[in-house]
Design a protein around this ligand. Sequence first.
Ligand SMILES: [Zn+2]
Length: 420
Amino acid sequence: MCYRLLLFCLLPWLAQAQTPPAATLLHPAAVFDGQDLHPGWAVLVENGKITAAGPAAQLTAPAGARTLELPGLTLLPGLIEGHSHLLLHPYNETSWDDQVLKEPLALRVARATVHAQRTLLAGFTTTRDLGTEGAGYADVGLKQAIDEGIIPGPRLLVATRALVATGSYGPHLAAVDDLPQGAQEADGVDGIIRAVREQIGRGADVVKVYADYRWGPGGTAAPTFSQEELTLIVQTARSTGRGVVAHASTAEGMRRAVLAGVETIEHGDAGTPEVFRLMKQRGVALCPTVAATDATSQYKGWKKGQGPTPERVLAKHRAVQAALQAGVTLVMGGDVGVFPHGDNARELELLVNDYGLAPLQVLRAATAGNAQVFHLADRGRIAPGLLADLVAVAGDPTRQVEALRQVRLVMKGGVLYRQP
Ligand SMILES: [Zn+2]
């Protein structure tokens, strides 16, 4: 057991240690380029980038190139996770409150390094990490460790601490004042401008704001920031060239966030047809995080396939249908961390198996689609000039989403982290 495990753990390190050959020709059964499936295509990688893709007979590898024969495999662009929390682990292991309040920062970071490796080896070569949940700016350091090749992991877009209105977030203990919070509290003109600038100055690639949270009567979700505050957050971030994403599950929280100019809405559970039409008009995408809803409902006792479907799962179904009906772009992101890192494909599987989307639809969204929404013009497709972030899976994921579980090869920037 140890030998196999050791080899598995060391593989990325070996990959890191080796300098990749200047050129690699990949010869799979088919290539999914981010849009369509092309049987018989091959892909040429040189110096960390894709330099050619097309019918195998038309591609010639330069002298000294390594050829990787990948029979039976489909090669696709490295998958892009749209909503992760590398600093969290599943709530059925440790509650969110206990992770934020009781776990030492070093423990959380140590776990996060393992989470990053699992994410990469599952074929997700980029992830948008939406908040450290009380772990400060640890995501910025994690990103640096990956970029410097100290640990294996996906390319990261980080949000750092995220912004919440005072009193709206958690943890809460009525008997204790000034508990550490899972995000940065900020209010009003001066407070908000300062907090956004602080997070950007410390390394945020995107700014995340909680436009609503469960602080209404009886713990119901209710809007947090005013329209003016949200608009100011977006203006402040945008003037530095960064976008804002909003956690929002109420119709009013979503509406305010969309009017403020956020780029994506996370969750969107109680979105109404009107709100989704507004999102479509303003070009705002929805990251539905169906996997998180599915997981937390099961943690709370739902026996999937046996017991009655919980109302929050039904609400999610209504929201996804209404969003699709309105023509809203879907971001693929599961809120992974709520469920295990490396299990990122769960969001795509559920959207196909439980929500009726086509495998091709979710694959396009998790590659070219997410890249477009996140302004990552250098990845998400297989085309000359783009980063050589590639994944090969057994079978045809454009027909059977389950093929995404059969990852056989992972390449990031031309470096192999997993190979058959
Ligand atoms: Zn989240």
